[in-house]
Write a protein that binds this ligand. Structure first.
Ligand code: ADP
Length: 383
């Protein structure tokens, strides 16, 4: 080989290598980098997926064809109180008496009812079941998605109870009005009996009217239609005004009512008509639920940033087991007796709503047979 040819070959080899290096730099290295970053992205995505799976509030369990758990997140364990020994479909769902099994979900073609409601201790869980398939489109198992619906169920029950209560509360006076009116229409009665029947009709009609007014108040507050009209006013004066408004009822029952106002109570800042409504309710409760010739004391004072009204009576009192329920709508300690007294069971729940809206609070202590103490607090500063 000639020296010239040799030089050409060497140069050629060098050129090929240079091209190879350049090619590697231009094509292969970025490609490897691309592969590396795709892999990194994939790991990151997987990491995010794992974190979502671990921290999501809905529960997820996947079962293989044998019913064994292949995937489960902490939410599912918590929602169904799954113990470490529970490892298959039967152990997880068997105890809930559901009308489902793996075969049904996987093989039943017209499987429609994929949703089940499960009661676990004091919780309600909604479970969706669906089959899943492998890459060859063959059945590979079942996936269960679990949702905590406890709050939803509670609200739904409250709504049903509320409708039942309202219907019942309205039905009682309507039945009695209809009964007395029909009796009057059908017979010839002397003036005295007519008067008695008409009195019952008037009382029942008034009770219905009060109930409807209370319901409208509640509904207005529930829909936030009532705008608060806060202003500064004197609490002692308002309490005395309420006492005057109830003077007839107080006199009828022969109660001894005294109001004591401490000198240093600054003006309160709240919706005056709301506070008046609350005070009227509390005071009329004390009048109603205290036997004749009872003693009612009202104190108006000031602690920290709040002014307070304390109403103390020596009435029938409220049993301890009822105390934490009396703020519920329609809750009455003795339904029949309080209904006779004209109560709707809505007064205290309205009072609580109104005070909450005005930044105040209400607290009741009571001993059966001894009496009841109600304390309401109302803010004095613009909050
Ligand atoms: P009501 O319209 O029936 O008076 P409230 O919501 O104002 O409704 O009160 C709820 C229940 O709490 C009453 O039915 C009554 O049983 C009880 N209660 C409220 N205040 C008193 C009180 N001062 N003394 C005894 N029981 C009371």
């Amino acid at each position: 080989m000639e020296a010239k040819q040799l030089i050409i070959m060497v140069i050629y080899t060098i050129l090929v290598q240079i091209i190879a290096i350049i090619g590697y730099k231009v094509i292969a290295r970025p490609k490897r980098k691309m592969l590396e970053s795709a892999e990194k992205r994939k790991t990151e995505e997987q990491d995010i997926n794992n974190r979502i799976f671990l921290h999501m509030t809905d529960g997820i369990i996947a079962f293989d064809m044998e019913g064994k758990i292949v995937l489960i997140n902490p939410a599912a364990k918590k929602l169904l109180s799954i113990s470490p020994e529970d490892s298959n479909f039967e152990q997880v769902f068997g105890k809930f008496n559901l009308d489902i099994n793996m075969e049904k979900i996987i093989y039943l073609e017209n499987w429609t009812s994929t949703e089940e409601r499960i009661e676990v201790e004091d919780r309600f869980v909604k479970a969706f079941f669906a089959p899943f398939r492998n890459e060859n489109d063959r059945p590979a198992g079942v996936i269960a998605v679990l949702q905590d619906i406890t709050e939803h169920v509670k609200l739904d029950n409250m709504r049903k109870e509320f409708i039942a209560d309202v219907s019942h509360e309205l039905k009682t006076p309507i039945t009695s009005i209809m009964g007395y009116a029909d009796t009057l229409l059908e017979g010839e009665y002397d003036k005295e009996i007519q008067q008695k029947f008409l009195n019952v009709i008037a009382t029942e009609a008034r009770r219905m009217a009060k109930l409807v007014t209370d319901l409208l108040t509640l509904s207005r507050y529930d829909n936030n239609k009532n705008q608060l009209q806060k202003e500064q006013f004197d609490l002692g004066e308002l309490v005395k005004k309420c006492q005057d408004k109830l003077a007839i009822e107080i006199k009828k029952k022969g109660h001894d009512v005294n109001c004591f106002v401490t000198a240093d109570v600054p003006p309160v800042y709240a919706d005056k008509s709301d506070v008046e409504r609350v005070v009227l309710n509390i005071l009329s409760n004390s009048i109603k639920y205290t036997p004749d010739n009872g003693k009612i004391s009202i104190y108006v004072g000031f602690v920290y940033n709040d002014a307070y009204i304390k109403v103390l009576d020596n009435g029938i009192g409220i049993p301890e087991e009822d105390l934490n329920r009396i703020f519920e709508r329609f809750y009455r300690v003795d339904k029949a007796r309080t209904r006779e007294m004209g109560g709707t069971g809505l007064g205290l729940s309205i009072a609580k709503d109104l005070l909450d809206k005005n930044g105040g609070s209400i607290d009741i202590k009571s001993i059966v047979g001894e009496g009841t103490e109600v304390v309401i607090k109302i803010p004095t500063k613009i909050k």
